[in-house]
Write a protein of this length. Structure first.
Length: 267
């Protein structure tokens, strides 16, 4: 129904999982956040197509994971170069790019270094550089990952991401998920998490030429609302929308989030 496809690309640096769905003429590229370090999008085309079915008529969507085999010390800029190669391989140009959290960090470099790939850009709950709040959160997750505490990562993420009501529900499901789907290795997650701590695209923000929308939340306890303002103040001509009372998980909690994304891309 949604023309779903699960794929794996062989890049010069390794294998990259991606999924594809939708039947629209416009190309949308979605870059997920740090959770990708725990589980790639492999085999997730159908669930994603249902979750984001609102986009399927106007867009053909591609969701890219980071490559499976990550090297220690990799940066978000390196990951943007990998993504550029993946898009080259698939012949994707002038795409509508949505980056969430760490995906937004990668999207900043994609837009600055490979501008031919980005027609319009949305940066959601992300930052141009690591701040104290982000460091405290991510360093805690790295420590938990080093101890193999998957449940701890999941519960802390829920606590920091959602409103109290949503967090309470998420903690129950995340606790069950953690007992059933613990990763065999946390190495990939730790490499990606460390790249968040070293991320600094601030000086390149003025080079982003694509029309850009920044979306943040007043209660973001991972990257902060201030990080969204910093992006908006330094990306020429960008727009900013801040959800009141929502935090890092606003892309799940805000009922109009997908409509907002769609309207900006189609405007």
């Amino acid at each position: 129904m949604f023309n779903t496809e699960n794929g794996c690309l062989k890049l010069s640096s390794g294998r990259m999982d991606y999924i594809k769905f939708g039947s629209g003429k416009k190309i949308m590229v979605m870059i997920p956040g740090l959770g990708d370090g725990l589980k790639t999008v492999r085999g997730m085309a159908w669930p994603f197509s249902v979750m984001y079915r609102q986009f399927s008529k106007d867009f053909t969507l591609f969701v890219f994971s980071r490559r499976r085999e990550l090297s220690p010390g990799m940066t978000t800029r390196d990951m943007a170069d990998d993504l550029n190669e993946a898009m080259e391989t698939l012949g994707l140009q002038e795409s509508y790019v949505l980056g969430v959290s760490q995906g937004g960090m990668i999207a900043q470099y994609l837009a600055a270094d490979h501008s031919d790939k980005v027609k319009k850009l949305i940066l959601t709950v992300t930052a141009a550089r690591a701040n104290d709040t982000m460091k405290e959160a991510v360093e805690g997750w790295i420590d938990m990952a080093g101890r193999g505490d998957y449940k701890g990562i999941m519960l802390d993420t829920a606590k920091r991401s959602y409103t109290e009501e949503k967090a309470s529900k998420a903690e129950q499901s995340f606790g069950l998920l953690a007992s059933l789907a613990k990763p065999r290795s946390f190495d990939r997650f730790i490499i990606q998490a460390r790249s968040c701590l070293t991320h600094d695209a601030f000086s390149l923000l003025p080079e982003i030429a694509a029309p850009t929308l920044i979306i943040g939340g007043t209660d973001d306890r991972i990257v902060t609302e201030e990080a969204s303002w910093e992006l908006a103040e330094n990306i020429p001509g960008s727009r900013l929308f801040v959800y009141q009372g929502l935090g890092h998980g606003l892309y799940e909690e805000a009922k109009d989030f997908q409509e907002r994304v769609r309207d900006f891309f189609l405007d």
